[in-house]
Design a protein around this ligand. Structure first.
Ligand code: F6R
Length: 610
């Protein structure tokens, strides 16, 4: 939520920051702005709307050249998305950009008598507080330190001082910030995508730290002035991975990247004895053998991945597994203790609700494993262990390859627990792994057969409501299919457990209402037969049935207005395939409707406020 970039070096700061903002635009696109120190004062431009608006404003009213600049792309929290509420906020000689929420901004505003505010944002108080510290004689680092300790809430702040033009200072608490180190040039940004064009060497920061960047290098200290722990890392993807590569949308590109993302996430998980190894899982087998409960905590699409995981983990390990929305978790006083394994799932690794859930779980002495796609992010850093998904950067706001690679990581975790606890023999684990390894090819098969789903999207462009049904692991797939459609096509879409239909939702079924139904493979006939009966029930009431079932399932085909064929796989793994046509459908329907698929209204990729 909100993207921040700062640059110090020999290039044109405007170019670097604008290109960085474009790569971070998925984090928020309500407004954008840029500031730089020029001849003893701050020069800035800011504009409501997307970065294109800012670029046009700069073209009309050019900024001077500078090797130091900071920029921001906003997801509005306090104050409407107007020019005035856009960042940077300038107070005299200082300019700041901010990500997060300053919870005590009202109290701080009241203390700042005499300050002239030009926005309704919480962020502007930080600019005035810094300005006062500088006017009182402090340097930018000390000023930032003093201000940071006054702020409550979550913040990444990046500041420049017109009278000290070769310095950028940033502070972070509960909000993302990474440093990029190039050859004689330095970057600060909300994520590495902003500077990947220039360097892949990055520094992961800890909580409550202050970063100072000058032409001499980077120095990091803690809020109390003491030494700070940081970790250098190398980004394992390049600029090409962050580009559209001929696709109309990042989302479509990312849907098509799924076979590779899944294969990459599976890579190197077997040792020479054929056993499953999870190198990054820094929790001992003894501890894992003592676990008596698993609680999966996540938000949105990642939560739905967790719902699928529950079926697999309970089946393979016989450990009771709960799945909880991160935003609800700590507020219901959950029963979590040292025997509980908390598994958090987060593509971005920065979701504030999930992060707070982790802190709560660790306070109860539970062990926390994070499933995450982002190196250097806060969630893996604050967890006891991590399983990285290797999906590469996910830039489309709607998660796709994030979801399927999370499923893979969950399956791996489930199998690993089954292995260490002796619930599965080695050959059983190896057999399931071999089946997982065949999934990229099966997914490719679904992608190669995309035309019927694209045609369907064009046909259904004027629909105002679409329902999704599934049972067992098909139920979370239905929920995820509905979420994709809501967020991209802005229409009513709901997922139901197929068996629940008769308990109420069937009243929604009307003539020609489109209903997607995920049919389980024939290996679980009892389950599948029930779903086929559910389709017959809605068909009898006039619904238009779009049936996703395995190839050769003629009973399912007989109930289908449109039949979407899936390759034959075992029931627990079917979500990896069944979700793909639903992703394609939502992407295509939104495209046909003329919506911005990569940047749906009101959303942001990384939700760093609770
Ligand atoms: C929907 C979507 C969101 C995220 C959710 C959690 O397409 O992307 O629902 O899944 O905001 O995000 P992460 O996984 O980054 O914690």
């Amino acid at each position: 939520m909100c993207g921040i970039v700062g640059y110090l070096g020999n290039r044109d700061g405007l170019d670097v920051v604008l290109s960085g903002l474009r790569r971070l635009e998925y984090r928020g696109y309500d407004s954008a702005g840029i500031a730089m120190p020029v001849d003893g004062s701050i020069e800035w431009r800011k504009k409501a709307g997307k970065i294109a608006n800012l670029a046009a404003a700069i073209e009309q009213d050019p900024l001077p050249g500078s090797g130091v600049a900071i920029g921001h792309t906003r997801w509005a929290t306090h104050g409407a998305p107007t020019d005035a509420n856009s960042h940077p906020h300038v107070a005299g000689r200082v300019a700041i950009v901010h990500n997060g929420i300053i919870e005590n901004h009202d109290a701080l505003r009241a203390e700042l008598d005499g300050a002239e505010f030009s926005s309704e944002t919480d962020s502007e108080v930080a600019a005035h507080l810094l300005g006062r510290e500088l006017d009182g004689g402090a340097g930018l680092v000390d000023a930032m330190r003093a201000v940071s300790t006054k702020l409550e809430g979550a913040f990444t702040l990046v500041a420049i001082d017109a009278q000290d033009p070769q310095r950028i200072v940033a502070a972070r608490r509960n909000s993302p910030l990474v440093v990029g180190k190039g050859d004689g040039e330095y970057f600060v940004a909300s994520d590495v995508a902003a500077f990947i064009e220039y360097t892949r060497d990055a520094v992961e920061l800890g909580q409550d730290q202050i970063v100072e960047i000058t032409p001499d290098g980077v120095s990091v200290t803690s809020f109390d002035g003491g030494p700070a722990q940081t970790k250098d890392f190398h980004v394992d993807w390049d600029l090409e991975a962050a580009q559209k590569q001929g696709f109309d949308w990042y989302m479509r590109k990312e849907i098509f990247e799924q076979p590779k993302a899944v294969a990459d996430t599976l890579l190197g998980r077997l040792n020479e004895r054929g056993e499953l190894v999870l190198d990054e899982l820094r929790i001992s087998p003894e501890t894992l053998r003592r676990i008596n409960k698993i609680v999966i905590v996540a938000a949105g699409t990642s939560f739905y991945a967790g719902l699928v995981a529950k079926y697999a983990i309970e089946h393979w390990t016989r450990i009771p597994c709960e799945v909880e929305l991160a935003s609800e978790f700590r507020y219901r006083d959950p029963i979590v203790d040292p025997m509980t394994l908390v598994v958090t799932i987060s593509q971005s690794g920065e979701t504030a609700d999930t992060l707070m859930a982790i802190r709560h779980a660790r306070e109860q002495h539970a062990k926390v494993v994070a499933i995450c796609n982002t190196n250097g992010a806060t969630i893996p850093r604050e967890s006891d262990a991590v399983i990285y998904t290797h999906a590469g950067p996910e830039i489309g706001v709607a998660s796709t390859k994030g979801f399927t690679t999370q499923l893979i990581a969950c399956y791996l975790l489930g199998l690993y627990l089954a292995q260490v606890r002796g619930m599965k023999y080695g050959d059983e684990v190896a057999g399931l792994l071999r089946e997982l390894e065949r999934m990229p090819e099966a997914m490719q098969g679904v992608l190669d057969n995309q035309q019927p789903i694209l045609d369907l999207a064009a046909e259904l462009v004027d629909e105002t409501s679409v329902l999704f049904l599934g049972r067992h692991v098909g139920y979370p797939v239905a929920l995820e299919g509905a979420l994709k459609l809501k967020e991209l096509a802005y229409i009513h879409a709901e997922g139901f457990a197929a068996g629940e239909l008769k308990h109420g939702p069937i009243a929604l079924v009307s003539q020609d209402l489109p209903m997607f139904i995920v049919v389980p493979p024939r290996g679980r006939d009892q389950l599948r037969d029930k779903v086929i009966s559910n389709i017959a029930e809605v068909r009898a009431r006039g619904a238009r049935t779009i049936v996703l079932a395995e190839a050769g399932d003629d009973d399912a085909r007989a109930q289908a207005s449109t039949f979407i064929e899936l390759p034959r796989v075992s029931t627990l793994l079917q979500p990896l395939l069944a979700i793909v046509p639903l992703q394609l459908f939502a992407c295509e329907l939104a495209t046909v409707k003329g919506h911005d698929v990569d940047q749906p209204r009101n959303l942001a990729k990384s939700v760093t406020v609770e």
